[in-house]
Design a protein. Structure first.
Length: 422
């Protein structure tokens, strides 16, 4: 088994139904017809090849969010799989262990296809993390958080909102409304992903107990960070350890979303059922060494704006001008780092995301970022009137990739740029 160099998957992108509401079936468009799609577990140093067969009736493509891939396998919005066709995606798994996800990225239609259900986890493990003794197997739980609204018949109800993006009245975790999970009195690793179109969450455990953040988008943090509240913009991932030994057997621990509408408050519930023999489990003091980065080779500044257009139309923009396949906004050098300044000149939050590479957050309004944001990131919240400086590292592969706002409606409405790493 150790000599296995490649894992192969075949996934059908097709309509299906999900049991979300009692007594009703919800039509979805999903990977293998499922929402969420199947979780792919990959291992650093071993490639994964996924054949995606498009049986959906529309043009789709597949993006591995947070993945380091050659550009032809990244899922650039213009690199579509026509319906009836299939496409082989090759994922080399060369980067750090991390919680990734794959989702549709059809040009101008991602808000619809993501909403319809085309999203799944891709967990990249690294055998070198073994010594950390983090919770594994049944105790390592990916949790995909999304919001939806429903019609009477149980189907998803989408309402286009160019300004804020879609916001549903019901929170789903792994496709279920306010699910309950039985947990033992021990440590768990929970991998949160905000796979919503545009809703942000602030996660908080019942009784204000601490969660111990160990990772973010691009993998493990240098050291654990204790948090009582965890804000998550669309596409962000936060890995935490929750010590359920702080609760008695029989406790019902609610995971809340603070600050949203009342119907979005309860995210899920953990029911502590019994004690297990892992009472001596420890949380490591250090998780990962911080690597030296190559010097900064260029500085760029990107205003984030909302532009009214002639004829009453308007669109979200990066750096002036809408997304255009022919336009290449910058050409970073392979192997270099740069300083990118996101300047939010609008009244909405923009979760800014970069394909193909990761960045460090350097500053937020001139101050150091929250310790939970000090690992590798691929998506960062830029709040209204905020200036966030990030330092991308253009390592591994060169080529053409996009960067964009991950509020899906904003990205579709032109809030996207292109870089060619040369
Ligand atoms: Cu989730 Cu263009 O990415
Ligand atoms: Cu991405
Ligand atoms: Cu945006």
């Amino acid at each position: 088994r150790a000599s296995k160099k490649l894992e192969e998957y075949v996934i059908d992108m097709k309509p299906g139904t999900a049991d979300i509401l009692p007594g009703l079936q919800t039509p979805v468009l999903g990977y293998n017809g499922l929402f969420p799609g199947p979780t792919i577990r990959a291992r650093r140093g071993r490639a994964v090849h996924v054949t995606q067969r498009n049986q959906s009736g529309r043009s789709l493509n597949v993006h591995l969010h947070g993945g380091v891939t050659e550009p032809q396998f990244d899922g650039h919005p213009h690199d579509a799989i026509p319906t009836g066709a299939e496409r082989l995606y090759k994922y080399p798994n060369v980067a750090h262990s991390a919680t990734l996800w794959y989702h549709d990225h059809a040009h101008g239609e991602t808000a619809q296809t993501l909403f319809a259900g085309l999203a799944g986890f891709y967990i990249l493990d690294d055998p070198d993390d073994k010594h950390l003794d983090l919770p594994q197997g049944d105790y390592d739980v990916p949790l995909m958080i999304t919001d939806r609204s429903f019609n009477q018949d149980g189907s998803f109800r989408y309402r286009f909102d160019l300004d804020r993006g879609f916001r549903g009245d019901t929170i789903l975790v792994n496709g279920a409304v306010a699910p309950r999970m039985k947990v033992e009195r021990r440590l768990y690793r929970l991998r949160f992903l905000n796979a919503s179109n545009a809703r942000a969450y602030t996660l908080k455990l019942g009784n204000g107990r601490e969660m111990i953040q160990i990772g973010s988008d691009g993998g493990l943090l240098p050291a654990p960070v204790r948090r009582k509240e965890i804000p998550m913009e669309p596409a962000e991932r936060v890995d935490v350890i929750v010590d359920f030994r702080q609760f008695g057997v029989g406790s019902k621990v609610i995971l809340h979303n603070e600050g949203g509408e009342p119907s979005t408050d309860a995210v899920m519930r953990f029911d502590v059922v019994r004690a297990t023999g892992s009472e001596d489990a420890k949380i490591p003091q250090l998780l990962r060494e911080e690597e030296e980065l190559p010097e900064v080779n260029a500085e760029r500044s990107w205003p984030l704006t909302f532009q009214g257009l002639a004829g009453g139309a308007s669109m979200w923009q990066i750096g002036g001008g809408g997304f255009n396949e022919m336009r290449i906004d910058c050409r970073p050098r392979l192997g270099s780092t740069e300083l990118w300044t996101w300047r939010n000149l609008s009244q909405r939050t923009h979760p800014m995301h970069m394909h193909g590479y990761h960045f460090r957050v350097v500053s937020v309004n001139g101050k150091p970022p929250h310790p939970g944001d000090r690992g590798w990131k691929d998506t960062v919240a830029v709040y209204p009137n905020e200036t966030v400086v990030v330092r991308p590292y253009f390592d591994y592969f060169g080529g053409l990739y996009v960067f964009h706002c991950h509020a899906a409606e904003h990205g579709d409405m032109s809030m996207m740029g292109q870089m060619e790493v040369v």
